[in-house]
Design a protein around this ligand. Sequence first.
Ligand code: ATP
Ligand code: MG
Ligand code: MG
Length: 376
Amino acid sequence: GATVGILGGGQLGRMMALAGSAMGYRFVALDPTADAPCGQVAEQIVAAYDDREAARELAGRADVITYEFENVDADVAAMLMDESYVPQGSRLLHTTQHRLREKRAIEAAGVPVAPYAQIGSEAELREAAARLGLPAVLKTATGGYDGKGQWVIRSEAEIAPAYAELSRAGTELVLEQFIRFDKELSVIAARSPRGEVQTFPVAENVHVDNILHLSIVPARIPAEIQERARSLAVRIAAGLDAVGLIAVEMFLTAGGELYVNELAPRPHNSGHYTMEACRTSQFEQHVRAVCNLPLGGTELLTPVVMVNALGEHVEPLLRRIGMADEAAARLGVEPKLHLYGKHEAKSKRKMGHVNVLAPNVEAALAWITETNIWRV
Ligand code: ATP
Ligand code: MG
Ligand code: MG
């Protein structure tokens, strides 16, 4: 069997390795944290991501290289392309590492994004805020996640402090019109080197404190919008020449318009529901794509709600999952627990998730409420 090298050893790499091991592949992950989630189920090289010696060792041990996080050093990615096979290339990484490059690429694929402006000074921010209107969202072009590196500017008085705060990061900034969305959606597309594209069903995502809380599938939106969302994702995957998975986050307005928020060129938290609920999981699909196998079917087998287990949820969840569950039996739901093997259950840290399989999403949501574990 061939060996797949993964840059990064977190939960996404772990679930990729678990899916790919079942298909006969071996995995080796490069991650600085000893006993990383992926290192527990695969081989691991413990070293910094930008350690060139370690990257060279990874290249030597792997037949194909992928990544599970998007802030891989572009120089390291380029070096790996010389020394091993990196089917995803480095261009998509380069594009998605920078919000402005990403937005331009999405627009070039013929897909709408929220109106935005590149910001290089406080004067430019003032001018753009006047043009786009307030509220507006100021974001660092690089490095943000879980809402970090963002400021929702609600009044003119916030322009100066927002600029002072975010410009400290030393990266370019982007101002986006605030979209009064009705729902947040995501679609994960897979594209193989031979150009085959498949999309998974649309997820309806609910965030709490900018961290994904729920993915509800099927999304509670008309079929026509689901079709449109999936075709936008196909256009992006093909237009950006993606290989492997590309997750597309979108806003849906009350008027039925879709705007793409951002992309992730990797498995995505909002695709964890596929693990039991789809014919093929996003992780298997990613391995298929980067290994140039035919892609798997993406049909939804059952309604599902994915709920994230953060550090503060782990203890009550473990207690709950070990008991006879009257509510689950009554509602006809089946909660499937996934834990990532992280050692420290810090607050807000993603420790695992539960895929609540159900006859309908309302029953899954009722179970989540009744457990009293997630108080939102
Ligand atoms: P992630 O953890 O998903 O990578 P991130 O830090 O990169 O998050 P975004 O996805 O850009 O940040 O924004 C986080 C959340 O903030 C969005 O899911 C959405 O709820 C809200 N948000 C971001 N941009 C806008 C916008 N232009 N209009 C309205 N809400 C927005
Ligand atoms: Mg992001
Ligand atoms: Mg996001």
